[in-house]
Ligand binder design. Structure first.
Ligand code: ADP
Ligand code: MG
Length: 334
């Protein structure tokens, strides 16, 4: 109960980018190979994500936004998995409390798509006086989630946003991270009515191509494949790291733990330290690192808006990774 009370909607979603992160993860979890994102006013006016995943059954729509409604855990008591994926069944519920939420979705088996509007966890009519029931409509397989007027009922939060372009930059950064990590998935992100403003990659782009397109075309030619694993500490990792002949102005660390974008200042610090002796002129590395750790070992108390994670045997795991980076840098050092 404590958890229920503590996690209020506005606490989970503090900025548009937090809502979008949840929506991207849902779309990827649904097996989508295409994610199209549309943004207006830094996400405060509109956040729309259209995927081609498995869709949502018509019968599940009435409870979709109830708190703790999830299709992803057999037993909700399976707390260990919660650690990996953040709080369960909370994202859509939270969004429905602080924004106008519309879901249009079609499964393969359904002959039509269904459209539903939500407010405060419940279905709500599109217009006053109409029925709140989901309406049949035309549409392709997949799900479109439309979030409008985020924080419309939380004026203090809404006033806290200074610039839409700052929020949009955060959104592009996040989408760029997932677009590198999710190979096989096409991504696009645009400002509404301004098709030149965003980013896009096709589903068949390689990881290197994705980095070239989304991040830095020069660094893409200077990357080496990276792997490290250790059974005792229960992890494996892979990715790409820049070599010792190349550096960027500020460390770029695209870090995923169990396929969720996270931050770890411990990993960042250790990696910077490892590179320091290989980059004497004070440059910094570019690193994309995907780490898979036994979910039972990842801190279950990590809050969705705090991307900073902790995990067991952090020091030991970081050491294995850094030793591997060192070996790899030494090999290609010229
Ligand atoms: P969680 O992802 O933790 O289960 P959410 O509130 O994010 O909780 O989503 C609730 C449920 O809604 C999911 O478990 C899933 O069944 C369904 N869902 C949400 N977004 C999508 C989507 N894009 N495609 C298919 N199903 C979705
Ligand atoms: Mg989710």
């Amino acid at each position: 109960q404590d958890v229920v009370n503590k996690i209020a909607a506005g606490e989970i979603i503090v900025a548009p980018v937090h809502a979008l992160k949840e929506l991207i993860e849902n779309a990827v979890d649904a097996g989508s190979t295409s994610l199209e994102i549309l943004v207006k006013d830094g996400g405060l006016k509109l956040l729309q994500i259209t995927d081609n995943g498995h869709g949502i059954n018509r019968d599940d729509l009435p409870i979709l936004c109830e708190r703790f409604t999830t299709s992803k855990l057999k037993a909700f008591e399976d707390l260990t998995s919660i650690g990996t994926y953040g709080f369960r069944g909370e994202a859509l519920a939270s969004i429905s409390h602080i924004a106008h939420l519309t879901v249009t979705t079609k499964t393969q088996d359904s002959s039509c798509a269904w459209k539903a509007h939500y407010a405060g966890s419940k279905l709500t009519p599109a217009k006053p006086g109409q029925s709140a029931d989901p309406k049949p409509c035309a549409g392709r397989q997949g799900t479109q989630i439309t979030v409008e007027d985020l924080f419309y009922n939380v004026p203090t939060r809404r006033r806290a946003f200074r610039s839409a372009s700052e929020e949009y930059a955060k959104i592009l950064d996040l989408v760029g991270r997932y677009a590198v990590h999710c190979s096989g998935v096409a991504f696009s992100c645009k400002k509404q009515g301004d098709s030149s403003s965003g980013l896009s990659v096709t589903s068949n782009a390689s990881t290197i191509d994705r980095i070239r397109i989304l991040h830095n075309s020069a660094v893409a030619n200077e990357l080496v494949e990276f792997t490290a694993a250790n059974e005792r500490w229960g992890f494996k990792s892979e990715g790409y790291i820049s070599n010792a002949n190349y550096s960027v102005k500020r460390t770029v660390l695209l870090l995923f733990i169990n396929h969720r974008s996270v931050e770890s200042s411990a990993i960042k610090k250790a990696v910077e330290h490892t590179y320091a002796s290989f980059l004497p002129k004070g440059g910094h590395p570019f690193i994309y690192l995907s780490l898979e750790i036994d979910p039972a070992r990842v801190d279950v108390n990590v809050h969705p808006t705090k991307r900073e994670v902790n995990f067991l045997n952090e020091e030991e795991i970081i050491e294995v990774i850094c030793e591997e980076i060192k070996a790899s840098l030494a090999k290609i050092d010229t």
